[in-house]
Design a protein around this ligand. Structure first.
Ligand code: NAD
Ligand code: FES
Length: 275
């Protein structure tokens, strides 16, 4: 189905944008952890985007995307009032949310926006949520104010030390875990190396850890196999079995290899599009 863009805001000019879409059919069913697949034009590539927020009352969903290739660059050329011709969702299994106590939600870069909906879901279920968010520099940090509205604590790490701890988001996570209280679950969304590093911080502590895998996707309904990944030694399809999996069981090396396969092509297409 198509969806009209109600608002568009460049969160980081030329790099990351947020759109609120009128998509009541998706907004009514969307749960934290779900994603959509959209096409910017009828012959366009299908791209998956995590639903950053959903409001059934207004029939809207929020998406946040990083301009990484031709399709996201095209999407970023659209304005308020424009219509995206094909928006399919909600897809994927929602996050498993129940009342469990202290939950730490980790987000890196654009992944912070995708983590927001999950953190909000845990908060609404009665959990005490700590957000641990990281970016290369303060100007690239997303959703700090939004998370501060309901999180008991928001820890920040920037690579250059312009805000919060100087270092990686895993440094801020390790600091939070070292001072208690006991954490029931850590959820991490962001670049694959970040999610892998989070898994290695929590593994020795025995803390249940969930990651949302941003695999390549085509159909999003379990038919094409593009999103395959290995979890606990078994092949899984991120679109229907995930996108969330036990971080301690994901084969991150394989995931990184599969994602890197198309980086060159993606960059070349983006350069061609810019000309
Ligand atoms: P980035 O490369 O700027 O990294 C953001 C932060 O993540 C860093 O500042 C650091 O704190 C942390 N980080 C990165 N690598 C790390 C490592 N090896 N160890 C520990 N921490 C590390 O991020 P970006 O350029 O905004 O890229 C966003 C990425 O998030 C993209 O790869 C995108 O595909 C991914 N993403 C994933 C999802 C999802 O659902 N999993 C959703 C949105 C975006
Ligand atoms: Fe095709 Fe998952 S995207 S099987």
């Amino acid at each position: 189905m198509s969806a009209r863009i109600l608002t568009k805001r460049e969160l980081i000019p030329g790099m990351t944008s947020q759109m609120v879409l009128h998509a009541p059919h998706i907004a009514h069913k969307a749960r934290p952890g779900n994603f959509i697949i959209l096409r910017v034009h009828a012959q366009g590539e299908r791209i998956p985007l995590t639903i950053a927020d959903a409001d059934p009352a207004s029939g809207t969903i929020t998406i946040v995307f990083l301009v990484v290739g031709k399709t996201t660059a095209r999407l970023n050329l659209l304005h308020e009032g424009d219509v995206i011709p094909d928006v399919c969702g909600p897809l994927g299994k929602p996050t498993h949310i129940e009342r469990k106590g202290d939950v730490v939600c980790v987000g890196g870069g654009t992944g912070v926006a995708a983590m927001f909906h999950i953190a909000k879901g845990h908060y609404l279920a009665g959990n005490r949520v700590t957000a641990v968010i990281g970016a290369r520099t303060k100007a690239l940090l997303l959703f700090h104010a939004e998370l501060s509205r309901f999180c008991a604590e928001v820890s920040v790490a920037t690579n250059d030390g312009s805000m919060g701890v100087k270092g990686l988001v895993t440094d801020a996570l390790a600091e939070r875990l070292s001072r208690g209280p006991e954490v029931a679950e850590v959820v991490a969304v962001g670049p694959v190396p970040m999610m892998q590093a989070v898994a290695e911080v929590t593994r020795p502590l025995g803390i249940k850890t969930t990651v949302s895998l941003n695999t390549i996707m085509v159909d999003g309904i379990g038919m094409c196999g593009a999103c395959r990944c290995t979890v606990d030694g078994e092949m899984r399809f991120a679109c229907v079995d995930g996108p969330e999996f036990d971080a301690h069981k994901v084969d991150f090396a394989e995931l990184r290899n599969r994602l890197e396969q198309f980086h060159g092509q993606e960059r070349a297409e983006l350069e061609r599009f810019k000309k």
